[in-house]
Design a protein around this ligand. Structure first.
Ligand code: DON
Length: 561
Protein backbone atom coordinates (compact mmCIF):
# COMPACT_ATOMS: atom_id res chain seq x y z
CA UNK A 1 0.00 0.00 0.00
CA UNK A 2 2.84 2.35 0.90
CA UNK A 3 4.45 1.53 -2.43
CA UNK A 4 1.18 2.21 -4.21
CA UNK A 5 0.83 5.63 -2.57
CA UNK A 6 4.43 6.53 -3.24
CA UNK A 7 4.05 5.53 -6.87
CA UNK A 8 0.93 7.59 -7.27
CA UNK A 9 2.76 10.51 -5.70
CA UNK A 10 5.65 10.13 -8.12
CA UNK A 11 3.36 9.75 -11.09
CA UNK A 12 1.53 12.90 -10.01
CA UNK A 13 4.75 14.87 -9.69
CA UNK A 14 5.97 13.64 -13.04
CA UNK A 15 2.65 14.52 -14.62
CA UNK A 16 2.83 18.03 -13.20
CA UNK A 17 6.41 18.40 -14.37
CA UNK A 18 5.49 17.15 -17.80
CA UNK A 19 2.56 19.56 -17.99
CA UNK A 20 4.55 22.53 -16.78
CA UNK A 21 7.41 22.08 -19.24
CA UNK A 22 6.23 19.73 -21.95
CA UNK A 23 9.05 20.86 -24.21
CA UNK A 24 11.69 19.49 -21.86
CA UNK A 25 10.60 16.03 -22.92
CA UNK A 26 10.67 16.39 -26.66
CA UNK A 27 12.95 14.50 -28.97
CA UNK A 28 13.78 15.96 -32.36
CA UNK A 29 15.62 14.59 -35.37
CA UNK A 30 16.37 16.04 -38.79
CA UNK A 31 17.82 13.32 -40.96
CA UNK A 32 18.89 12.95 -44.60
CA UNK A 33 16.43 10.14 -45.30
CA UNK A 34 13.32 8.49 -43.88
CA UNK A 35 15.14 5.31 -42.82
CA UNK A 36 17.61 7.13 -40.62
CA UNK A 37 14.76 9.24 -39.19
CA UNK A 38 12.90 6.09 -38.21
CA UNK A 39 15.99 4.44 -36.75
CA UNK A 40 16.87 7.54 -34.71
CA UNK A 41 13.32 7.68 -33.37
CA UNK A 42 13.33 3.99 -32.43
CA UNK A 43 16.60 4.31 -30.58
CA UNK A 44 15.46 7.39 -28.66
CA UNK A 45 12.11 5.78 -27.80
CA UNK A 46 13.97 2.77 -26.46
CA UNK A 47 15.79 4.95 -23.95
CA UNK A 48 18.89 5.68 -25.99
CA UNK A 49 20.32 9.19 -25.92
CA UNK A 50 21.22 11.51 -28.79
CA UNK A 51 24.62 9.84 -29.22
CA UNK A 52 23.11 6.34 -29.41
CA UNK A 53 20.68 7.67 -32.01
CA UNK A 54 23.51 9.34 -33.94
CA UNK A 55 25.61 6.16 -34.03
CA UNK A 56 22.66 3.99 -35.05
CA UNK A 57 21.58 6.48 -37.71
CA UNK A 58 25.12 6.74 -39.09
CA UNK A 59 25.33 2.98 -39.54
CA UNK A 60 21.86 2.94 -41.12
CA UNK A 61 22.90 5.68 -43.51
CA UNK A 62 25.87 3.51 -44.49
CA UNK A 63 23.22 1.18 -45.91
CA UNK A 64 20.44 3.45 -47.19
CA UNK A 65 22.49 6.48 -48.23
CA UNK A 66 25.42 4.84 -50.02
CA UNK A 67 26.42 8.02 -51.84
CA UNK A 68 27.66 9.45 -48.55
CA UNK A 69 29.14 6.23 -47.37
CA UNK A 70 30.00 5.83 -44.82
CA UNK A 71 32.10 2.96 -43.49
CA UNK A 72 34.82 3.85 -45.99
CA UNK A 73 34.73 7.58 -45.21
CA UNK A 74 35.06 9.91 -42.27
CA UNK A 75 33.45 12.84 -40.54
CA UNK A 76 32.92 15.02 -37.52
CA UNK A 77 30.50 14.80 -34.62
CA UNK A 78 29.75 17.85 -32.53
CA UNK A 79 27.92 16.92 -29.36
CA UNK A 80 26.40 18.62 -26.37
CA UNK A 81 26.27 16.09 -23.59
CA UNK A 82 25.87 16.81 -19.87
CA UNK A 83 25.87 20.57 -20.64
CA UNK A 84 29.31 20.41 -22.20
CA UNK A 85 30.32 20.65 -25.87
CA UNK A 86 32.47 17.90 -27.38
CA UNK A 87 33.94 17.54 -30.84
CA UNK A 88 35.07 14.24 -32.24
CA UNK A 89 37.26 14.29 -35.36
CA UNK A 90 37.23 11.08 -37.36
CA UNK A 91 38.34 12.64 -40.60
CA UNK A 92 40.34 10.38 -42.91
CA UNK A 93 44.12 10.72 -42.81
CA UNK A 94 46.68 10.43 -45.57
CA UNK A 95 48.30 6.99 -45.75
CA UNK A 96 51.94 6.89 -44.61
CA UNK A 97 53.10 6.37 -48.19
CA UNK A 98 51.38 9.54 -49.43
CA UNK A 99 53.53 12.58 -50.02
CA UNK A 100 53.26 16.14 -51.12
CA UNK A 101 53.54 15.46 -54.85
CA UNK A 102 51.63 12.20 -55.03
CA UNK A 103 49.14 13.59 -57.55
CA UNK A 104 51.68 15.40 -59.75
CA UNK A 105 53.24 14.11 -62.97
CA UNK A 106 56.93 14.39 -63.88
CA UNK A 107 56.42 17.95 -65.09
CA UNK A 108 54.97 18.90 -61.74
CA UNK A 109 51.41 19.25 -63.02
CA UNK A 110 48.34 17.83 -61.34
CA UNK A 111 47.29 14.54 -62.96
CA UNK A 112 43.64 15.07 -63.89
CA UNK A 113 41.21 13.23 -61.60
CA UNK A 114 43.97 11.21 -59.89
CA UNK A 115 42.92 12.47 -56.45
CA UNK A 116 39.26 11.74 -57.21
CA UNK A 117 39.22 8.47 -59.13
CA UNK A 118 42.75 7.12 -59.03
CA UNK A 119 43.80 4.22 -56.80
CA UNK A 120 45.54 6.62 -54.39
CA UNK A 121 42.50 8.85 -53.90
CA UNK A 122 41.39 7.33 -50.58
CA UNK A 123 42.39 8.47 -47.14
CA UNK A 124 42.43 6.00 -44.25
CA UNK A 125 38.76 5.66 -43.24
CA UNK A 126 37.85 7.12 -39.85
CA UNK A 127 34.12 6.58 -39.64
CA UNK A 128 33.98 3.32 -37.72
CA UNK A 129 36.58 4.51 -35.21
CA UNK A 130 34.60 7.71 -34.66
CA UNK A 131 31.29 5.98 -34.14
CA UNK A 132 32.90 3.50 -31.78
CA UNK A 133 34.54 6.20 -29.68
CA UNK A 134 31.42 8.36 -29.50
CA UNK A 135 29.44 5.33 -28.38
CA UNK A 136 32.07 4.18 -25.89
CA UNK A 137 32.14 7.56 -24.24
CA UNK A 138 28.48 8.56 -24.20
CA UNK A 139 26.26 5.71 -25.40
CA UNK A 140 23.62 4.19 -23.11
CA UNK A 141 22.52 1.27 -25.24
CA UNK A 142 24.64 -1.72 -26.15
CA UNK A 143 26.83 -1.56 -29.29
CA UNK A 144 24.95 -4.53 -30.81
CA UNK A 145 21.68 -2.75 -30.24
CA UNK A 146 22.71 0.39 -32.14
CA UNK A 147 24.03 -1.66 -35.06
CA UNK A 148 20.95 -3.90 -35.33
CA UNK A 149 18.78 -1.57 -37.47
CA UNK A 150 21.56 -1.15 -40.05
CA UNK A 151 22.09 -4.89 -40.25
CA UNK A 152 18.37 -5.44 -40.85
CA UNK A 153 18.32 -2.78 -43.58
CA UNK A 154 21.32 -4.32 -45.34
CA UNK A 155 19.95 -7.87 -45.08
CA UNK A 156 16.32 -7.20 -45.88
CA UNK A 157 16.93 -4.31 -48.22
CA UNK A 158 15.36 -0.88 -48.48
CA UNK A 159 13.27 0.74 -51.19
CA UNK A 160 15.40 2.58 -53.73
CA UNK A 161 14.41 6.27 -54.04
CA UNK A 162 14.37 8.35 -57.24
CA UNK A 163 17.09 10.56 -55.72
CA UNK A 164 19.43 7.64 -55.24
CA UNK A 165 18.91 6.43 -58.81
CA UNK A 166 19.49 9.92 -60.15
CA UNK A 167 22.75 10.49 -58.30
CA UNK A 168 23.98 6.94 -59.06
CA UNK A 169 23.36 7.26 -62.78
CA UNK A 170 24.97 10.70 -62.76
CA UNK A 171 28.06 9.28 -61.02
CA UNK A 172 28.24 6.28 -63.32
CA UNK A 173 28.18 8.57 -66.37
CA UNK A 174 30.55 11.14 -64.91
CA UNK A 175 33.19 8.64 -63.86
CA UNK A 176 33.10 6.48 -66.99
CA UNK A 177 35.30 8.50 -69.34
CA UNK A 178 37.97 9.81 -67.00
CA UNK A 179 40.47 7.05 -67.68
CA UNK A 180 40.15 5.12 -64.41
CA UNK A 181 38.42 1.86 -63.62
CA UNK A 182 36.23 0.97 -60.66
CA UNK A 183 33.57 -1.59 -59.78
CA UNK A 184 30.81 0.93 -59.10
CA UNK A 185 28.41 -0.43 -61.70
CA UNK A 186 28.63 -3.98 -60.33
CA UNK A 187 27.10 -2.75 -57.10
CA UNK A 188 25.12 0.37 -58.02
CA UNK A 189 24.81 0.28 -61.82
CA UNK A 190 21.32 -1.19 -62.06
CA UNK A 191 19.32 0.57 -59.40
CA UNK A 192 15.59 0.75 -60.14
CA UNK A 193 13.25 3.14 -58.35
CA UNK A 194 10.88 1.26 -56.05
CA UNK A 195 12.87 -1.98 -55.99
CA UNK A 196 14.69 -3.17 -52.89
CA UNK A 197 18.44 -2.92 -52.59
CA UNK A 198 19.80 -5.84 -50.57
CA UNK A 199 23.51 -5.66 -49.65
CA UNK A 200 24.69 -9.03 -48.32
CA UNK A 201 28.41 -8.18 -48.20
CA UNK A 202 27.70 -5.00 -46.26
CA UNK A 203 25.36 -6.90 -43.92
CA UNK A 204 28.15 -9.39 -43.20
CA UNK A 205 30.60 -6.56 -42.47
CA UNK A 206 28.14 -4.87 -40.11
CA UNK A 207 27.57 -8.19 -38.32
CA UNK A 208 31.29 -8.64 -37.81
CA UNK A 209 31.49 -5.08 -36.45
CA UNK A 210 28.57 -5.79 -34.12
CA UNK A 211 30.24 -8.92 -32.85
CA UNK A 212 33.87 -7.82 -32.59
CA UNK A 213 33.68 -4.03 -32.26
CA UNK A 214 36.14 -1.56 -33.73
CA UNK A 215 39.03 -4.06 -33.84
CA UNK A 216 37.29 -5.83 -36.67
CA UNK A 217 37.53 -2.82 -38.97
CA UNK A 218 41.12 -1.83 -38.23
CA UNK A 219 42.72 -5.20 -37.45
CA UNK A 220 40.30 -7.95 -38.49
CA UNK A 221 38.80 -9.42 -41.63
CA UNK A 222 37.54 -6.03 -42.83
CA UNK A 223 41.08 -4.65 -42.57
CA UNK A 224 42.33 -7.63 -44.60
CA UNK A 225 39.70 -7.02 -47.28
CA UNK A 226 40.56 -3.30 -47.51
CA UNK A 227 44.29 -3.92 -47.76
CA UNK A 228 43.95 -6.77 -50.28
CA UNK A 229 41.88 -4.49 -52.47
CA UNK A 230 44.31 -1.59 -52.09
CA UNK A 231 47.14 -3.86 -53.16
CA UNK A 232 45.15 -5.12 -56.11
CA UNK A 233 44.42 -1.63 -57.49
CA UNK A 234 47.69 0.04 -56.51
CA UNK A 235 46.33 2.00 -53.55
CA UNK A 236 48.39 3.26 -50.62
CA UNK A 237 46.50 2.08 -47.53
CA UNK A 238 48.31 -0.62 -45.55
CA UNK A 239 47.59 -2.67 -42.43
CA UNK A 240 49.90 -0.30 -40.60
CA UNK A 241 47.83 2.72 -41.70
CA UNK A 242 44.65 1.11 -40.41
CA UNK A 243 46.29 0.07 -37.15
CA UNK A 244 47.64 3.62 -36.65
CA UNK A 245 44.34 5.38 -37.33
CA UNK A 246 42.93 7.27 -34.37
CA UNK A 247 39.97 9.56 -33.85
CA UNK A 248 40.69 12.77 -31.96
CA UNK A 249 38.64 14.60 -29.32
CA UNK A 250 39.12 18.29 -29.95
CA UNK A 251 37.97 21.50 -28.34
CA UNK A 252 35.23 22.96 -30.56
CA UNK A 253 35.45 26.61 -31.61
CA UNK A 254 32.88 29.02 -30.30
CA UNK A 255 31.94 32.67 -30.42
CA UNK A 256 29.49 34.89 -28.58
CA UNK A 257 27.25 36.25 -31.27
CA UNK A 258 24.06 38.25 -30.85
CA UNK A 259 23.68 37.18 -27.24
CA UNK A 260 24.07 33.49 -28.06
CA UNK A 261 27.01 31.15 -28.32
CA UNK A 262 27.70 29.57 -31.71
CA UNK A 263 29.80 26.39 -31.49
CA UNK A 264 31.36 24.81 -34.56
CA UNK A 265 34.12 22.67 -36.03
CA UNK A 266 37.84 23.33 -35.39
CA UNK A 267 40.63 22.27 -37.80
CA UNK A 268 41.02 20.02 -39.70
CA UNK A 269 37.77 21.67 -40.71
CA UNK A 270 37.92 25.18 -42.03
CA UNK A 271 34.23 25.46 -41.21
CA UNK A 272 34.27 26.86 -37.69
CA UNK A 273 36.96 29.45 -38.40
CA UNK A 274 35.29 30.68 -41.59
CA UNK A 275 31.80 30.64 -40.06
CA UNK A 276 32.89 32.65 -37.02
CA UNK A 277 34.73 35.12 -39.22
CA UNK A 278 31.63 35.52 -41.39
CA UNK A 279 29.35 36.01 -38.39
CA UNK A 280 31.68 38.58 -36.84
CA UNK A 281 32.17 40.44 -40.10
CA UNK A 282 28.42 40.38 -40.76
CA UNK A 283 27.86 41.98 -37.37
CA UNK A 284 29.89 44.97 -38.56
CA UNK A 285 27.34 45.43 -41.33
CA UNK A 286 24.26 44.32 -39.42
CA UNK A 287 22.73 47.50 -40.67
CA UNK A 288 22.31 47.46 -43.73
CA UNK A 289 22.27 43.63 -43.91
CA UNK A 290 19.34 43.19 -41.60
CA UNK A 291 17.37 46.08 -43.02
CA UNK A 292 18.04 45.22 -46.66
CA UNK A 293 15.48 42.97 -48.18
CA UNK A 294 16.61 39.37 -47.96
CA UNK A 295 18.59 38.23 -51.02
CA UNK A 296 18.51 41.63 -52.69
CA UNK A 297 21.49 42.46 -54.91
CA UNK A 298 22.94 44.69 -52.18
CA UNK A 299 22.53 41.97 -49.56
CA UNK A 300 24.14 39.31 -51.78
CA UNK A 301 26.98 41.68 -52.65
CA UNK A 302 27.83 42.35 -49.00
CA UNK A 303 27.78 38.64 -48.21
CA UNK A 304 30.02 37.97 -51.22
CA UNK A 305 32.52 40.55 -49.99
CA UNK A 306 32.66 38.95 -46.55
CA UNK A 307 33.02 35.50 -48.11
CA UNK A 308 35.93 36.68 -50.26
CA UNK A 309 37.86 37.49 -47.12
CA UNK A 310 36.97 34.33 -45.26
CA UNK A 311 37.93 32.12 -48.22
CA UNK A 312 41.19 34.03 -48.83
CA UNK A 313 42.18 33.21 -45.25
CA UNK A 314 40.96 29.63 -45.62
CA UNK A 315 43.20 29.07 -48.64
CA UNK A 316 46.28 30.44 -46.92
CA UNK A 317 46.11 29.44 -43.27
CA UNK A 318 43.83 26.46 -42.83
CA UNK A 319 45.05 22.89 -42.62
CA UNK A 320 45.43 20.09 -40.09
CA UNK A 321 46.47 21.90 -36.92
CA UNK A 322 48.36 18.82 -35.73
CA UNK A 323 50.75 19.37 -38.64
CA UNK A 324 50.80 23.09 -39.28
CA UNK A 325 50.31 26.13 -37.10
CA UNK A 326 46.88 27.56 -37.78
CA UNK A 327 46.71 31.09 -36.31
CA UNK A 328 43.22 30.51 -34.93
CA UNK A 329 43.29 33.18 -32.25
CA UNK A 330 44.36 35.86 -34.69
CA UNK A 331 41.85 34.75 -37.30
CA UNK A 332 39.02 34.83 -34.76
CA UNK A 333 40.02 38.06 -33.06
CA UNK A 334 36.96 40.36 -33.27
CA UNK A 335 39.25 43.30 -34.00
CA UNK A 336 40.62 41.45 -37.03
CA UNK A 337 37.09 40.68 -38.26
CA UNK A 338 36.19 44.32 -37.83
CA UNK A 339 39.22 45.43 -39.80
CA UNK A 340 38.44 42.96 -42.61
CA UNK A 341 34.78 43.96 -42.66
CA UNK A 342 35.73 47.64 -42.80
CA UNK A 343 37.71 47.01 -46.01
CA UNK A 344 34.64 46.38 -48.07
CA UNK A 345 32.86 48.85 -50.28
CA UNK A 346 29.12 48.47 -49.78
CA UNK A 347 28.38 49.18 -53.41
CA UNK A 348 31.23 47.78 -55.42
CA UNK A 349 32.99 44.41 -55.56
CA UNK A 350 36.67 44.40 -54.65
CA UNK A 351 39.11 42.96 -57.18
CA UNK A 352 39.63 39.29 -56.56
CA UNK A 353 43.41 39.60 -56.85
CA UNK A 354 43.41 42.41 -54.31
CA UNK A 355 41.82 40.30 -51.58
CA UNK A 356 44.85 38.84 -49.87
CA UNK A 357 44.88 36.67 -46.78
CA UNK A 358 44.67 39.19 -43.96
CA UNK A 359 47.57 38.09 -41.76
CA UNK A 360 50.29 38.12 -44.43
CA UNK A 361 51.90 35.03 -45.97
CA UNK A 362 51.46 31.81 -44.09
CA UNK A 363 54.57 30.84 -42.21
CA UNK A 364 55.39 27.55 -40.64
CA UNK A 365 56.63 28.04 -37.04
CA UNK A 366 28.48 17.86 -53.51
CA UNK A 367 28.11 13.89 -51.39
CA UNK A 368 28.08 14.24 -47.79
CA UNK A 369 25.47 13.74 -45.15
CA UNK A 370 24.49 15.75 -42.14
CA UNK A 371 21.99 15.13 -39.40
CA UNK A 372 20.85 16.86 -36.24
CA UNK A 373 19.42 15.28 -33.09
CA UNK A 374 18.17 16.61 -29.74
CA UNK A 375 17.08 14.21 -27.03
CA UNK A 376 14.71 14.73 -24.13
CA UNK A 377 17.61 15.40 -21.75
CA UNK A 378 18.73 18.35 -23.86
CA UNK A 379 21.73 16.51 -25.32
CA UNK A 380 22.38 17.24 -28.96
CA UNK A 381 24.39 15.88 -31.87
CA UNK A 382 25.30 17.64 -35.09
CA UNK A 383 27.13 15.23 -37.35
CA UNK A 384 28.50 15.61 -40.86
CA UNK A 385 30.32 12.80 -42.65
CA UNK A 386 31.34 12.05 -46.18
CA UNK A 387 33.14 10.01 -48.81
CA UNK A 388 33.85 13.41 -50.44
CA UNK A 389 32.17 12.91 -53.83
CA UNK A 390 28.91 11.06 -54.01
CA UNK A 391 30.07 7.41 -53.96
CA UNK A 392 33.69 8.44 -53.27
CA UNK A 393 36.15 7.01 -55.79
CA UNK A 394 33.62 4.44 -57.02
CA UNK A 395 35.47 1.46 -55.59
CA UNK A 396 33.47 -0.89 -53.43
CA UNK A 397 35.78 -3.02 -51.25
CA UNK A 398 35.08 -6.49 -52.65
CA UNK A 399 33.72 -8.80 -49.98
CA UNK A 400 33.16 -5.92 -47.55
CA UNK A 401 30.45 -4.15 -49.55
CA UNK A 402 31.23 -0.51 -48.80
CA UNK A 403 32.56 2.31 -50.95
CA UNK A 404 35.92 3.96 -50.45
CA UNK A 405 36.28 7.72 -50.10
CA UNK A 406 38.15 10.07 -52.43
CA UNK A 407 38.97 12.51 -49.69
CA UNK A 408 42.59 12.97 -50.83
CA UNK A 409 41.19 15.58 -53.23
CA UNK A 410 40.52 17.84 -50.24
CA UNK A 411 44.25 18.31 -49.86
CA UNK A 412 45.87 20.94 -52.00
CA UNK A 413 47.55 18.76 -54.67
CA UNK A 414 49.55 21.79 -55.78
CA UNK A 415 49.49 25.34 -54.37
CA UNK A 416 46.94 27.47 -56.18
CA UNK A 417 45.37 24.65 -58.21
CA UNK A 418 41.68 24.35 -57.36
CA UNK A 419 40.19 21.07 -56.20
CA UNK A 420 36.79 19.59 -57.07
CA UNK A 421 35.04 22.39 -55.18
CA UNK A 422 37.11 25.08 -56.86
CA UNK A 423 38.83 25.98 -53.61
CA UNK A 424 42.53 26.54 -53.60
CA UNK A 425 45.03 25.85 -50.89
CA UNK A 426 48.60 26.37 -50.02
CA UNK A 427 51.34 24.77 -47.94
CA UNK A 428 49.10 24.62 -44.88
CA UNK A 429 47.00 22.02 -46.69
CA UNK A 430 49.76 20.23 -48.59
CA UNK A 431 49.75 16.43 -48.48
CA UNK A 432 51.89 14.76 -45.82
CA UNK A 433 51.89 11.24 -44.37
CA UNK A 434 49.19 10.76 -41.69
CA UNK A 435 47.97 14.34 -42.06
CA UNK A 436 44.24 15.09 -42.30
CA UNK A 437 42.98 16.92 -45.37
CA UNK A 438 41.21 20.24 -44.85
CA UNK A 439 37.44 20.05 -44.70
CA UNK A 440 34.56 22.50 -44.95
CA UNK A 441 32.20 20.35 -42.92
CA UNK A 442 30.63 22.54 -40.25
CA UNK A 443 28.36 20.76 -37.80
CA UNK A 444 27.18 23.65 -35.62
CA UNK A 445 25.29 24.23 -32.37
CA UNK A 446 23.80 27.43 -31.00
CA UNK A 447 23.49 27.69 -27.23
CA UNK A 448 21.28 30.24 -25.50
CA UNK A 449 20.77 30.40 -21.72
CA UNK A 450 22.81 27.20 -21.36
CA UNK A 451 20.31 25.35 -23.56
CA UNK A 452 20.42 24.11 -27.10
CA UNK A 453 18.88 26.79 -29.29
CA UNK A 454 19.77 25.30 -32.68
CA UNK A 455 21.50 22.31 -34.25
CA UNK A 456 22.47 22.56 -37.90
CA UNK A 457 24.70 21.48 -40.76
CA UNK A 458 24.72 20.31 -44.35
CA UNK A 459 26.74 18.65 -47.09
CA UNK A 460 27.91 20.69 -50.08
CA UNK A 461 31.71 20.88 -50.10
CA UNK A 462 32.90 24.46 -49.92
CA UNK A 463 29.29 25.74 -49.90
CA UNK A 464 28.74 24.14 -46.49
CA UNK A 465 30.17 27.14 -44.67
CA UNK A 466 28.09 29.71 -46.52
CA UNK A 467 24.93 27.58 -46.18
CA UNK A 468 25.31 27.36 -42.41
CA UNK A 469 26.09 31.08 -42.25
CA UNK A 470 23.01 32.06 -44.27
CA UNK A 471 20.74 29.78 -42.27
CA UNK A 472 21.88 31.50 -39.06
CA UNK A 473 21.14 34.92 -40.58
CA UNK A 474 17.76 33.70 -41.85
CA UNK A 475 16.78 32.57 -38.37
CA UNK A 476 18.25 35.25 -36.20
CA UNK A 477 18.04 38.33 -38.40
CA UNK A 478 15.05 37.58 -40.59
CA UNK A 479 12.97 35.56 -38.10
CA UNK A 480 12.23 32.87 -40.64
CA UNK A 481 10.69 29.63 -39.45
CA UNK A 482 13.10 26.71 -39.93
CA UNK A 483 11.62 25.31 -43.12
CA UNK A 484 11.68 28.70 -44.78
CA UNK A 485 15.15 29.44 -43.45
CA UNK A 486 16.65 26.37 -45.12
CA UNK A 487 14.54 26.31 -48.28
CA UNK A 488 15.26 29.97 -49.06
CA UNK A 489 17.56 30.61 -51.98
CA UNK A 490 21.18 30.40 -50.89
CA UNK A 491 24.02 32.26 -52.56
CA UNK A 492 27.66 31.28 -52.62
CA UNK A 493 30.92 32.99 -53.34
CA UNK A 494 34.42 31.79 -52.41
CA UNK A 495 36.83 34.38 -53.86
CA UNK A 496 37.73 32.11 -56.79
CA UNK A 497 36.43 31.76 -59.48
CA UNK A 498 36.63 35.51 -59.63
CA UNK A 499 33.37 37.43 -58.95
CA UNK A 500 31.27 34.32 -59.42
CA UNK A 501 28.08 34.01 -57.39
CA UNK A 502 26.18 30.73 -57.43
CA UNK A 503 22.60 30.46 -56.27
CA UNK A 504 20.00 27.79 -55.68
CA UNK A 505 17.17 27.30 -56.44
CA UNK A 506 16.18 30.67 -57.93
CA UNK A 507 16.96 34.36 -57.93
CA UNK A 508 14.75 36.89 -59.64
CA UNK A 509 16.00 38.25 -62.94
CA UNK A 510 16.18 41.86 -61.70
CA UNK A 511 18.47 40.92 -58.85
CA UNK A 512 20.65 38.87 -61.17
CA UNK A 513 20.91 41.82 -63.56
CA UNK A 514 21.82 44.23 -60.76
CA UNK A 515 24.57 41.86 -59.66
CA UNK A 516 25.84 41.58 -63.22
CA UNK A 517 25.85 45.36 -63.47
CA UNK A 518 28.09 45.41 -60.40
CA UNK A 519 30.54 43.08 -62.15
CA UNK A 520 29.50 39.67 -60.88
CA UNK A 521 28.82 36.55 -62.90
CA UNK A 522 25.70 34.94 -61.58
CA UNK A 523 24.81 31.32 -62.14
CA UNK A 524 22.32 28.75 -60.92
CA UNK A 525 23.93 25.79 -59.15
CA UNK A 526 22.67 22.26 -59.53
CA UNK A 527 23.37 21.27 -55.93
CA UNK A 528 23.43 23.43 -52.87
CA UNK A 529 23.54 21.27 -49.81
CA UNK A 530 20.92 19.51 -47.76
CA UNK A 531 20.42 21.33 -44.46
CA UNK A 532 19.08 19.28 -41.55
CA UNK A 533 18.17 21.54 -38.65
CA UNK A 534 16.55 21.71 -35.24
CA UNK A 535 15.58 25.01 -33.62
CA UNK A 536 14.06 25.93 -30.30
CA UNK A 537 10.97 28.12 -30.54
CA UNK A 538 10.09 31.11 -28.40
CA UNK A 539 7.74 28.91 -26.32
CA UNK A 540 10.52 26.41 -25.67
CA UNK A 541 9.27 23.70 -28.02
CA UNK A 542 11.48 22.25 -30.71
CA UNK A 543 11.08 22.57 -34.47
CA UNK A 544 12.92 20.36 -36.96
CA UNK A 545 13.24 20.76 -40.70
CA UNK A 546 14.83 18.99 -43.66
CA UNK A 547 15.96 20.81 -46.78
CA UNK A 548 13.62 20.61 -49.76
CA UNK A 549 16.75 19.96 -51.82
CA UNK A 550 17.17 16.41 -50.47
CA UNK A 551 15.25 13.34 -49.39
CA UNK A 552 15.42 14.12 -45.71
CA UNK A 553 12.81 13.70 -43.04
CA UNK A 554 12.47 15.44 -39.71
CA UNK A 555 10.38 14.61 -36.69
CA UNK A 556 9.61 16.13 -33.29
CA UNK A 557 7.69 14.05 -30.81
CA UNK A 558 6.89 14.14 -27.11
CA UNK A 559 8.48 11.64 -24.80
CA UNK A 560 6.23 10.54 -21.97
CA UNK A 561 8.28 10.12 -18.80
O1 DON B 1 35.18 17.69 -46.20
C1 DON B 1 34.74 18.40 -47.10
O2 DON B 1 34.68 19.61 -47.02
C2 DON B 1 34.21 17.75 -48.36
N1 DON B 1 34.90 16.53 -48.60
C3 DON B 1 32.74 17.57 -48.21
C4 DON B 1 32.12 16.96 -49.44
C5 DON B 1 30.70 17.26 -49.59
O3 DON B 1 30.09 17.94 -48.80
C6 DON B 1 30.03 16.71 -50.79
N2 DON B 1 28.63 16.99 -50.73
N3 DON B 1 27.87 17.31 -51.52
Amino acid sequence: MRFYKASLFHIGILFLLAMSSAHAYQHAVAMPDSYSAKVAQQILDRGGNAVDAAVAASFSLAVTYPEAGNLGGGGFMLMRVHHHDWFLDYRESAPAAAHRDVFLNDEGNVIPFASLLGPKSSGVPGQVMGLWQAHQRFGHLRWQEVLAPAIALAEQGFVISPDLVEVASWYSGWSSDKGYTNNFNTYFGNLVVGERLVQPELAATLKRLARDGVREFYHGETADLIVAHQQQIGGLITHQDLANYHAIWREPLSVDWQGKRVVSAPPPSSGGVALIQLLQMAEQHQNPLQTESHNSAQYIHILAELKKRAYADRAEYLGDSDFVTVPIEKLLDPAYSQQRADEINLNQPSDTEAVAPGLGPWQESEQTSHFSIVDRWGNAVASTFTLNMPFGNGWVVPGAGFLMNNEMDDFSAKPGVPNLYGVIGNDANAIAPNKRMLSSMSPTLVIADQKIDAVLGTPGGSTIITSVFQTLLNWYWFDMPSQQAIDATRVHHQLWPSQQIGFHPSLDEDTQQQLRDMGYQVEARRFFGDMQVIKRQADGTLEAASDQRGRGESRVWPQPQ
